[in-house]
Write a protein that binds this ligand. Sequence first.
Ligand code: KG4
Ligand code: ZN
Length: 356
Amino acid sequence: MKKKTLILGIETSCDETAVSIIRDNGAKGTEILSNVVSSQFDIHRSFGGIVPELAARSHLEKIDLIAKEAFKKSKVKLTDIDAIAATAGPGLIVCLSVGLNFAKALSLSLKKPLIAVNHLEGHALSPKLNSKINYPYLLFLITGGHTQFVTVSALGEYKRLGTTIDDALGEAFDKTAKLLNIGFPGGPKIEEYAVKGDCNRFLLPKPIFNRGGCNLSFAGLKTAVLRAMQFIKTDQDKCDLAASFQKTILEILLKKTKVAISYYTKIHPKNKNLVVAGGVAANTEIRKKLKELCNKEGFNIYFPDKKLCTDNAAMIALAGLERYNKKKFNKCNFEVRPRWALDVKAEFLKGSGVKL
Ligand code: KG4
Ligand code: ZN
């Protein structure tokens, strides 16, 4: 019987040290044998954001322990691995270097191929860890650093249809949570507070709602939240502002996803698939509302399991597996890429003076 491919995935682009081993079971799909994630929330909490040097130091301290744990859980031997996939960008340069160098050392000593993975490609493929999805599909990528609508025609074939012109969606959640002083990371906290709040109490703006195609903007929303802070005295006030913020976000996402669906349908009229991925895709209300929209539009919708929305190494291993099957390997002199767009031809759309 042909040996089933085993891929080791390593992720250290930001504040999660993660190692995973996955197995390709052919028609039965991919099996996650281990998926160990160590988050650094406690290290960065008091700063209200990620401190790169502290993050890198923590990755260095933990990476071999996390890798050992991943091997122990998977019951796989180091020498059984077929390839090593590691995030090479985008992300914090000092953090990326830890994981990529670790992967290079393993690749050289085991004489197994190295696969340098784009973190965003990991997110883009992540729902395939729990659902069978065929190319092409429309991707709505919503993370702490990126917010994009992308046509995914095949592995590595990306065309950006729209993007944020300022803050990423996760960043908007995190900044709002920081203003409300309700904890870090902000997304899950906003969601928790929003459940108990009155979503109609604060009227917040929806920048570029009726223009700009499926481009998005969240910076004005953050400024409005800052202004509303003068009315925040009690915990209930915080819940009301969180609920109003989340409701406004939902309205923006529904409108823009509808526009993106219309653009995508012109490119691929027959493949009505929407994949929503990235940390913010863990949000229950966002999942619910986008599902309703897809029902109306006749689209299939796919999300990663909630625990696979935020950063993990199983998604990096999966991107590695798809690349391994196409023999897309990298040399050991591959350098980390702090900036690395999925669609390298897409125009830079940030800052003042952007014309939409
Ligand atoms: O994909 P991810 O883990 O890291 C990046 O690649 O950026 O995304 C992290 C982001 C953070 O901004 C976090 O606040 C947000 O995802 N997030 C959420 C939720 N869980 C995580 N945002 C809204 N609701 C959530 N439940
Ligand atoms: Zn991520």
